[in-house]
Ligand binder design. Sequence first.
Ligand code: SAM
Ligand code: DTB
Ligand code: SF4
Length: 364
Amino acid sequence: MSNQNNGQTLTSLEKLNSGQVRHDWTLAEVEAIYNQPFNDLLFAAQNIHRQHFNPNQIQTSTLLSIKTGACPEDCAYCPQSGHYNTGLSKEQLMAVEEVVTKAQQAKKNGATRFCMGAAWRSPREKDLDVVLEMVRQVKDMGLETCVTLGMLTDEQAQKLAEAGLDYYNHNLDTSPEYYQQIITTRTYKNRLDTLQHVRDAGINVCSGGIIGMGEETNDRYGLLQQLANMPEHPQSVPINMLVAVEGTPLGEVEKLDSIEFVRMIATARIMMPQSYVRLSAGREDMNQETQTLCYLAGANSIFYGEKLLTTANPEAEADMQLFKRLGIQPERREMDQEELIQETPKVEEQQPAKPLFYDATKTH
Ligand code: SAM
Ligand code: DTB
Ligand code: SF4
């Protein structure tokens, strides 16, 4: 099958791999991208990646669990759900000063974004007020801010926007079909509604999902289809590999083939060319070669620092060593340019500028 495009004949797969920004993906199209020969998939993804981003820069976000455990929701993957016994100690909402201290450490270690997560179904008003103050103070330090607090009303999203929040993380997690086997206490529609409130408030959307939960490949296509067919692509798309935690219903699930994970990253990159694609949870169980393939496939963001919310993440030092081996620079915020000049390696060690590169962060 072929299509005419600017006088050139493209096969249907070439057309799918062309990096067009679309919101009408069919499942068959996602399947065709995901299942093409691995080298073709990675070549297409890297090619698209270079049209929008510096291929040798990775954005780094540090996570902090500001309220841990005893969550009323029953997400089958989650060590923080009150429905399962995972031996996690339940904690109250942290104090603002404590959070600011953690954010200062994250900034010192080189993170550009600080993501605060709470094990809530949705925030209570008095708790939201505390989080708003955290957002203001962390932002004042020159860090980008992200929070993930569960479902939000329109008004709550507005308040977060007024406090200066940069990103709200709320994942779709999986396909609409598989979702019912993973979470029963809130619906897929609830999630889409929260994301709409976040978008309406003008906050950047961070939304992705988890693979390796025993889903079919069809469910992975379904997740990507839902994400890419939203009215706007999420500015940040976290792809998590399940961290299987003992005591959760998914504690014993079979480990995912790492090549499948890389295919997922590459397909996300091709379908959402201008979004940051984050290689998220699960890196502790991945070797450095798999992570490197994810970067080649277009992942350009990671969670950085030795802890995710409650589980382990690679040591910051190990990530920096890998970046050095790969000639990757952690992305800097514009206001950090002075620090960048001090730390940038000598000119002869750097890659020449790519003519196709432009900074997609400037477009939103
Ligand atoms: N309670 C809020 C919510 O669910 O919206 C925010 C925190 S929740 C822990 C944020 C996300 O972390 C989940 O949506 C899920 O995608 C991811 N997550 C949680 N446990 C995970 C695990 N064991 N492995 C991989 N990702 C996980
Ligand atoms: C996302 O997509 N992954 C992060 C973040 N958003 C909040 C959370 C990963 C959690 C992994 C399990 C844990 O550490 O509790
Ligand atoms: Fe609660 Fe979020 Fe964990 Fe679900 S993923 S149980 S909502 S903390």
